[in-house]
Design a protein around this ligand. Structure first.
Ligand SMILES: N[C@@H](CCC(=O)N[C@@H](CS)C(=O)NCC(=O)O)C(=O)O
Length: 258
């Protein structure tokens, strides 16, 4: 298992520090780690406590989620897009943000549909909260997911619209990959890897987690991450997972290390 320092210690360190949730392959965290892997940027891992008070992290960053990226004495960055621009500045090569205007606008827009507020994983999390606060679940599971729901603004209305939002995004991503395949490309944008390929590859874990031999997850996390919602299932075209597997095999670190 990876080594983690306390946030308190990480605050005073130079270079790049990444605050992560140990023991969980969280999609935003795996995305940040994967971008750093591709860019070969060294960093120190610091420990976030899942759903904990995270008092020091909260005081430092005004929020308590992971990942957080901190570079030297610059302000810590706790959203995916700030982190992406930081990583691109620290190591401009390989470029993961396209130089071309149209490509970049597409890349950022689609990435936001995956990673941003009210995007795919945001809504997928609402579905997890809906399913794991159901009366057939044990009390501890229900309490944990109730807490998760309160932290990320779950509501019955949000749960009702979540499957449609997720399916819409999965459908658009699959259609884009089909168009790209027809042009002979394995990537979402043009003919080269961008951050969008990494975001989808890492966030796809909340539809169909990779098998235990590459992603050894505790059984209860695997059950949470494995989609059972029929609306999402219908939208989960095989090309989405062919893309995920190609990106992992060619560029990312396997087995997972969290
Ligand atoms: N702030 C991140 C999203 C981070 C996020 O939602 N992290 C969740 C992943 S489920 C997390 O840290 N969960 C554990 C916790 O809240 O304690 C971004 O916008 O890029």
């Amino acid at each position: 298992m990876a080594e983690y320092v306390d946030v308190e210690k990480a605050i005073g360190m130079p270079g790049l520090r990444l605050v992560l949730s140990p023991g969980l392959p969280a999609p935003w965290s795996e995305s940040a780690k994967s971008i750093l892997h591709v860019k070969k940027i060294p960093y120190v891992k610091a420990r976030q406590e899942i759903l904990g008070a995270n008092v020091v992290l909260l005081k430092w960053t005004a929020q308590a989620t992971a990942p957080v990226a901190a570079w030297n004495d610059e302000p810590p960055r706790s959203t995916w897009i700030e982190q992406l621009y930081l990583f691109e500045r620290v190591a401009p090569q390989p470029r993961l943000i396209p130089a071309d205007w149209d490509d970049r606008v597409q890349m950022i827009g689609l990435s936001h549909e995956i990673c941003g507020e009210n995007g795919y994983t945001w809504n997928r999390r609402h579905i997890m909260v809906r399913d794991f606060t159901a009366p057939d679940k044990d009390e501890q599971t229900r309490a944990t997911f109730d807490k998760l729901g309160r932290k990320y603004w779950y509501s019955p209305e949000a749960a009702a619209s979540a499957p449609g939002r997720c399916a819409e995004i999965l459908g658009r991503l699959a259609a884009r990959l089909e168009q790209q395949r027809a042009k002979g490309s394995r990537y979402f944008i043009g003919n080269a890897l961008t951050a969008l390929d990494i975001y989808w590859a890492c966030h796809a874990i909340t539809m169909r987690p990779q098998p235990d031999n590459v992603c050894p997850m505790p059984a209860h996390f695997r059950a949470v991450y494995t989609n059972t919602d029929p609306v999402l299932e219908k939208a989960a075209a095989p090309i989405l997972f062919e893309h995920r597997d190609y990106i992992y095999q060619k560029y990312l670190q396997l087995p997972f290390d969290f």
